[in-house]
Design a protein around this ligand. Structure first.
Ligand SMILES: [Zn+2]
Length: 565
């Protein structure tokens, strides 16, 4: 037997790292993805779930380990139910991007991604999105989604015979479930009390929070077009105050945005952020409890007959709003919007939305300062004797929806040359500003709201010789400005701090209005100062202030009920 020497085969050149391909099973990929989610994008969850626990004790480590096993196990089982060899890569790619965005929002702004938050996110407009796209967002997206996407791109998922694939999947799911159940049994008390006391933590579990809340937000709004909404107050009619005088009535309702009591001069803030209103001395309700902590919840709730007390979102979206009821009595009702719409409250009623192109001095390409609402108001106020196109010529209700203190770009909400507090944060990314600068910008924006409201009151005053006029202002929700590490708003109501839930409200009326509708303003001023008002009062108080008689009106929720002669 001879030995032949074969030439040594040329050693293949090593594949460059980036060009290398790996292969693994779908189950392994699901496990890797779950581990990655648990470790890389759940900082918010970990912080919340480990609050008050220290890793310097055995118990602390035990708690952390059981959380880790549950978090990874649950997401693994969910992925195991969803992923197939074909769908795994596109689905995971989507999830990696969604998880990175979610982690960014949770980490930078302290938000909880519950269905209300996602509903809000879905209804934001292009300008708002532009303001949220910051360098920090790109950085987080690149750092958190980049590496797993790269790996995914170089990965092969080999085909397996169906039977073997199913068997292996069943086994993997079984193991995943066993880990979850085992952990639950081992640390039931710790995990159960955590979930009972901090239900909101589930909205920090990323990316499950995005998938769940998105599904809820898109399927169960119950929002119906105006004609399909259940009418409320069918018996409503205008009371004797309307027959008593032929003078036209004008009620202006201003829905504010993100103004919080804590920084409102009239509510006792150390800075005078509302000098204009202070000089005009409206009746001030310093701390009004809001219905929600975001626009999507508060605006419909403000105009609904059922408020926070018996809160039922689906029912609110299925019934007509206060504005529909008022319109049915013949009043001329319209909504003027400088924000993202009326959330169904004004469906089917006349609405106006100022176009930036028509007001180049007040608007950039997509957003307008709230001064634009004053111009719109001027344009719609009807002179005495003018026709109202089939509506009552003597009764007008105009709702102005402000952009107010819409964040995070507070500095865009006021003219640059009218900013009393400096230095003010000039960045859409709040993390690049000091807290002092953020508060300065926020206060400057409130100061501008004060000027717009003051100017509106002055316009009404000028009409008072011919009209009976009144103005109500109330903010939709508050804002966090770094207290407890939180920013913006939208926290689940039960755990939201007061900064997000207490807002200012004011009421101003001409002498003629007070006389005609029998309101004792000094009495109401005392009642207002005593506190206790909430968003729930607006619906019934407006019915009272406009002398609309209906069984739907609940005198107990009419703020002026005790002050009417
Ligand atoms: Zn809002």
């Amino acid at each position: 037997m001879s030995t032949s020497y074969l030439p040594h085969p040329a050693r293949p050149a090593p594949t460059p790292w980036l060009a290398r391909r790996w292969s693994c099973s779908t189950e392994t990929l699901a496990l890797l993805a779950s581990l990655y989610f648990a470790v890389a994008v759940n900082g918010g969850f970990w912080t919340g779930a480990m609050q008050g626990r220290s890793l310097s004790s055995v118990a602390g480590w035990g708690h952390a380990l059981s959380l880790f096993a549950i978090l990874t196990g649950l997401q693994f089982v969910l992925l195991g139910l969803l992923l197939t060899r074909r769908s795994a890569r596109p689905l995971l790619a989507l999830l990696f991007v969604a998880a990175a965005l979610a982690a960014h929002a949770i980490w930078r702004y302290g938000v909880y991604l519950d269905p209300a938050m996602l509903r809000n996110a879905l209804k934001t407009d292009a300008p708002e999105v532009r303001e949220l796209i910051t360098p920090a967002l790109w950085r987080d997206l690149l750092l958190l989604a980049g590496p797993p996407l790269l790996l995914l791109w170089r990965l092969d998922l080999p085909r397996r015979p169906l039977r073997r694939a199913l068997g292996r999947r069943a086994l993997a799911l079984g193991l995943g479930l066993a880990v979850v159940v085992g952990t639950l049994l081992a640390d039931f008390q710790g995990l159960a009390s955590l979930m009972r006391n901090h239900k909101e933590l589930r909205y920090l579990v990323t990316p499950t929070n995005v998938v769940y809340s998105l599904a809820r937000a898109t399927t169960s709004t119950g929002l119906r077009p105006a004609e399909a909404r259940l009418p409320i107050g069918n018996d409503a009619r205008l009371g004797p105050a309307w027959a008593a005088s032929a003078r036209p009535v004008l009620m202006v309702v201003v829905v504010g945005e993100t103004a919080r009591s804590a920084n409102w001069g009239l509510s006792g803030y150390a800075r005078q952020t509302t000098p204009g209103l202070a000089a005009r001395a409206p009746i001030s309700f310093p701390r009004v409890a809001t219905c929600g902590t975001d626009t999507e919840t508060s605006v419909p709730c403000l105009f609904a007959r059922i408020g926070r007390q018996a809160y039922d979102e689906t029912r609110i979206h299925r019934e007509q709003s206060l504005l529909h009821l008022l319109a049915r009595t013949g009043l001329d009702v319209q909504w003027i919007d400088n924000q993202s719409g009326c959330k169904g409250v004004c469906d089917g009623l006349p609405t106006r939305q100022p176009k930036p192109a028509d007001h180049p001095d007040l608007c950039d390409h997509d957003r307008c300062l709230d001064d634009v609402l004053l111009r719109e108001l001027d344009a719609v106020v009807r002179p005495v004797g003018a026709s109202a196109g089939g509506r009552r010529p003597d009764g007008q209700v105009v709702v102005l929806h402000m952009l107010g203190n819409h964040g995070p770009a507070y500095y865009r909400r006021y003219p640059a040359d009218d900013a009393p507090w400096q230095p003010a944060c000039q960045d859409d990314d709040l993390s690049r500003c000091t807290r002092e600068a953020i508060v300065n910008a926020y206060d400057n924006a409130l100061h501008h709201t004060d000027q717009v409201l003051s100017a509106a009151i002055d316009r009404l005053r000028a009409l008072a010789s011919t009209h009976d006029v009144a103005l109500v202002y109330v903010s939709d929700h508050g804002e966090s400005l770094g207290e407890k590490g939180l920013f913006l708003h939208g926290m689940p109501y039960a755990i939201a701090p007061d900064e997000q839930k207490q807002v200012p409200m004011i009421l101003w009326m001409s002498d003629g209005y007070a006389q005609r509708f029998g309101v004792d303003r000094e009495c109401l001023r005392r009642e207002a100062a005593a506190g206790g008002a909430s968003h729930d009062h607006l619906f019934h108080s407006l019915l009272g202030l406009l002398d609309v008689q209906t069984a739907t009106r609940r005198p107990a929720l009419d703020l002026a009920a005790a002050c009417r002669s």
